[in-house]
Design a protein around this ligand. Structure first.
Ligand SMILES: [Zn+2]
Length: 305
């Protein structure tokens, strides 16, 4: 290190400006992350929203981005995972009522605090937001107020939000704000896993049809079903009777009925009397089978006058 007689100190050992500048830069970055919109870089202004990765945005900037994904040059890198307003949660923040200390810029003064501990949201202490209600709390304050112990299984038991009493699951609904790199990676993996589980979107037409079916009153549905069943059973009864009748007919009689496949060409005048009468009768006979029912074995309701 020098000054021990063994080596000559150079400028790097004596000038301490570089680490100082780095520390200043880090402080600026922290202030930017906690006080400014991650997308527009403007000062956070309510309504403030956060995504599944815990970044803070002004809602108007996100809307601008969703309307035109090129509105901000690096928008896709910052919030490319936000597909619609459903992917962000409007936060319920607590304003910092403390006066700006003398000699401090108002811009440097943290705007929000934890409603439980009144700790300032400045990046010094971890903060979280709860996915169901959007309340923003310091992690320490939230843990102190939890109804289930912090080391309990947060996946199964539901906790209650200390601010608005909404139910949340500590394991999945507690999103850290501006997380560290490791934590962000974990959130990103959880988001990808969740997206894989999402159902494939139905087309608008099919969705409308499904909605219409769901909106149909159950009584109407039941009536439709009954009619369909009745007509199905009637059709099968008729088919069975037709088969029975055909089985009992001689070949000659069958030939009379199957006008098409005999190959004989005949007009209305040249056809046999029986056939002519049959055709005439057919017009007024069974509506469903379009056949002459010489035995008149079908229910009366099936004939037209
Ligand atoms: Zn809440």
């Amino acid at each position: 290190m020098g000054n021990d007689g063994g080596s000559i100190p150079d400028r790097r050992d004596l000038v301490k400006s570089k680490p100082k500048a780095e520390a200043l830069d880090k402080a600026n970055q922290t202030r930017a992350r906690w006080g400014f919109c991650a997308l527009s870089k403007r000062r956070l202004q309510e309504p403030v929203v956060s995504c599944a990765l815990g970044k803070l945005y002004n809602k108007d900037a996100i809307i601008e981005f969703l309307l035109d994904r090129d509105a901000y040059g690096d928008g896709e890198n910052i919030c490319g995972h936000v597909r619609s307003l459903k992917d962000v949660k409007t936060l319920s923040l607590t304003a910092n009522q403390a006066p700006v200390p003398a000699g401090k810029e108002p811009l440097e003064h943290p705007q929000f605090v934890c409603p439980l501990t009144l700790k300032e949201m400045n990046g010094a202490t971890p903060f979280v937001y709860l996915r169901p209600c959007g309340c923003v709390l310091s992690l320490a304050g939230l843990n102190a107020m939890r109804s289930t112990p912090p080391d309990g299984d947060g996946q199964t038991e539901k906790d209650t939000c200390p601010q608005c009493a909404a139910k949340y699951s500590h394991g999945t609904d507690c999103i850290p704000l501006n997380p560290g790199a490791d934590e962000e990676e974990r959130l990103r993996a959880a988001l990808s896993a969740q997206r894989l589980l999402e159902p494939v979107k139905k087309s608008k037409k099919r969705k409308a049809a499904a909605d219409a079916a769901a909106a149909e009153p159950p009584a109407k549905k039941a009536a439709t079903a009954t009619i369909a069943t009745a007509s199905n059973s009637l059709r099968s009864t008729l088919a069975m009777e037709e088969a029975k009748r055909k089985a009992g007919m001689s070949d000659a009689v069958k030939a009379l009925y199957s006008g098409k496949d005999t190959g004989r060409k005949e007009t209305f005048m040249t056809m046999g009397t029986f056939t002519r009468v049959s055709r005439l009768h057919e017009k007024y006979c069974c509506v469903l089978t379009r056949r002459l029912c010489s035995t008149h074995s079908h229910p009366v309701a099936l004939y037209v006058a």
